[in-house]
Ligand binder design. Structure first.
Ligand code: HEM
Length: 173
């Protein structure tokens, strides 16, 4: 499964660069003969993104990110297949920019899936995110040194049933 993921990620990167270069050449030079090759690279990008999403789901990885990648792939494909007929004439420019942006977002999703897989394979949990803001919450440093003693600068709190909570600054070292 890991080999499938790694191959799909490399093919995604190469196809993205190919699709981007050919798309930009097509855009600036109107080289119509490159369009077929460009579409082939674009379809490879989508297929690889779907593979990354499917492998991530199959190995119990992040469902929202994987579903987002699969949905985005569908959007890239649908827009690419229909965009020549969408708003032809001067109003076509926003469609072209949207097409480019969706393609760049596709590689972003591929890289995010790759980073998530690397983290989980290294045994690191993905960073926790706040349920309110959705932003990553930094991990709190542990107050304990490897030898089990309190690190300098951490407060020690003493609780006893007959005493209110007491704390004082300082270290055990
Ligand atoms: C990573 C994926 C992709 C990137 C980065 C990309 C990029 C580009 C760029 C920069 C252009 C020139 C500007 C424009 O006309 O929109 C273009 C044109 C085009 N692309 Fe893509 N593309 C991608 C995927 C696809 C896919 C999957 C398809 C279809 C299967 C596709 C079909 C087309 C077509 C038909 C055009 C010419 C459209 C026109 O003349 O308006 N592209 N692409």
């Amino acid at each position: 499964m890991n080999a499938v993921f790694l191959i799909a990620q490399q093919v995604l990167r190469v196809s993205f660069v190919g699709a981007l270069i050919l798309g930009l050449v097509f855009w600036t030079l109107r080289a119509d003969s490159l369009l077929g090759l460009h579409m082939l690279f674009g379809i490879l990008v989508v297929a690889c993104l779907w593979t990354l999403g499917a492998v991530t789901i199959a190995s119990g990885g992040g469902l929202p990110l994987s579903l987002g990648a699969i949905g985005l792939g569908l959007l890239v494909l649908l827009l690419g297949l229909t965009q020549t007929s969408l708003r032809p004439g001067p109003g076509h420019f926003p469609i072209q920019v949207l097409h480019l942006l969706l393609g760049v977002t596709a590689i972003g999703f591929g890289e995010m899936l790759g980073a998530r897989r690397r983290r989980s394979r290294n045994g690191q949990a993905p960073p926790r995110s706040s349920p309110k803001t959705g932003r990553a919450v930094p991990e709190r440093p542990s107050p304990l040194c490897p030898d089990g003693r309190f690190a300098a600068g951490f407060q020690r709190t003493v609780r006893a049933p007959f005493m209110p909570r007491l704390s004082w600054p300082g270290s055990w070292h």
